[in-house]
Design a protein around this ligand. Structure first.
Ligand SMILES: Nc1nc2c(ncn2[C@@H]2O[C@H](COP(=O)(O)OP(=O)(O)OP(=O)(O)O)[C@@H](O)[C@H]2O)c(=O)[nH]1
Ligand SMILES: [Mg+2]
Length: 250
C-alpha cells in the first residue's frame, strides 16, 4: 500500500484484506503529515517511511522493491484510502494464479457505474477519453488504466525498468507502457469504487497535469515503437519477455 496521509482509512483497508490469502502487508509512508506511520506500526505492518514526500511513483518504487526483496511471487498494489474493496483480492489475483495473466487491473469501469458510486463526472469523462487513447496506442481493449488496485507477477515486475519511471502519478501509466512493450498478458476484473470525504482524491489541477503527462507518454511510446526515438525506459530487462521491437511498428 503506497500511503500518503492515509491515517483515516488505513485501518479499514487493512482490516478487510483477506488475511488467509495475503502473506505480507507492506506500507510505504511517503512523508505523511498525519498518523499514517503510527497506525501502520500499531497494526504490525511491514512499514517503510520516506523522509519526505517524494510522490506517488516514488512510493510505489519502494513498495515493489521491498515486496520483491521479501520474496513475493504475486504483488498486489491497493490504495490505502479505502476506495477499493480489499475483500476482492482473491478475484484480483485469480487470473495470475490460473496462469492466464501477468498483470491484472481491478477495473471500476467494468460492471457498475462509477459515477453513481461518487466519481466526479469530469474524472469519469477524462478516464474514458484517456483509456480510449491508450487502448488505441497500446492495441488493447481494457476498460480503464487508472485504477489503484492492481496485481503483478514477480517476473513481470522484474522485467521492467521501474526505477527510471517518474516519481509522480504518471508512474502508473509508464509501467503499463513498459508492460505492453514487453508483451505482458493483461486481464481485468470488475471492482466497485467509493468516494467519501476521508478518501484521498486527486484535485482538478493534479488530474489535468496527469492527463497531459499521459498524452506526452503516449507520444514518446509511439516514437519509440516507430524507432524514431528509442528509449531505455521501454526496454525489457528479461530474456523471457522480449521487446516489441520484433513486432511491426505502430
Ligand atoms: N497524493 C498522493 N498520494 C500518494 C502519495 N504516495 C502515496 N499515495 C497514495 O496513493 C493514493 C493516491 O491516489 P488519490 O489521491 O486517491 O488519487 P486517485 O486515486 O488517482 O484519484 P481518485 O479517483 O480521485 O481517488 C492515495 O491512496 C495515497 O495514500 C503521494 O505522494 N501523493
Ligand atoms: Mg483516491
Amino acid at each position: 500500500m503506497p500511503a500518503y496521509n492515509a491515517a483515516k482509512t488505513l485501518r479499514m483497508t487493512y482490516a478487510e484484506l483477506p488475511h488467509d490469502v495475503v502473506d505480507l502487508v507492506i506500507v510505504v509512508d511517503d512523508g505523511s503529515s498525519d498518523e499514517t506511520a503510527r497506525i501502520a506500526r500499531e497494526l504490525g505492518l511491514e512499514l517503510f517511511v520516506h523522509n519526505g514526500n517524494y510522490g506517488y511513483g516514488a512510493n510505489q518504487k519502494t513498495c515493489y522493491r521491498e515486496a520483491l526483496r521479501a520474496g513475493a511471487d504475486v504483488v498486489v498494489m491497493v490504495h490505502p484510502d479505502y476506495q477499493y474493496d480489499p475483500t476482492l483480492l482473491p478475484q484480483v489475483i485469480g487470473p495470475i494464479l490460473s496462469g492466464k495473466a501477468d498483470v491484472v487491473l481491478g477495473s471500476r469501469l467494468l460492471g457498475g457505474h462509477p459515477m453513481s458510486q461518487g466519481m466526479p463526472w469530469w474524472k469519469y469523462i477524462s478516464n474514458r477519453f484517456l483509456t480510449g487513447l491508450e487502448n488505441f496506442v497500446f492495441g488493447l481493449k481494457l476498460a480503464e488504466y487508472h485504477t489503484g488496485y492492481r496485481a503483478y507477477t514477480r517476473e513481470i515486475l522484474e522485467a521492467v525498468q521501474i526505477e527510471i519511471n517518474s516519481d509522480n502519478f504518471i508512474f502508473d501509466q509508464e509501467i503499463m507502457a513498459q508492460f505492453v512493450e514487453i508483451g505482458a498478458r493483461f486481464d481485468e476484473v470488475p471492482v466497485p469504487t467509493r468516494y467519501f470525504p476521508q478518501a484521498s482524491s486527486a484535485s482538478f489541477l493534479q488530474s489535468s497535469r496527469y492527463g497531459l503527462s499521459i498524452l506526452w507518454l503516449l507520444c514518446r511510446y509511439v516514437l519509440h515503437r516507430r524507432r524514431l526515438w528509442r528509449q531505455r525506459q521501454f526496454q525489457s530487462l528479461s530474456r523471457r519477455y522480449s521487446s516489441a521491437a520484433t513486432r511491426p511498428p505502430i
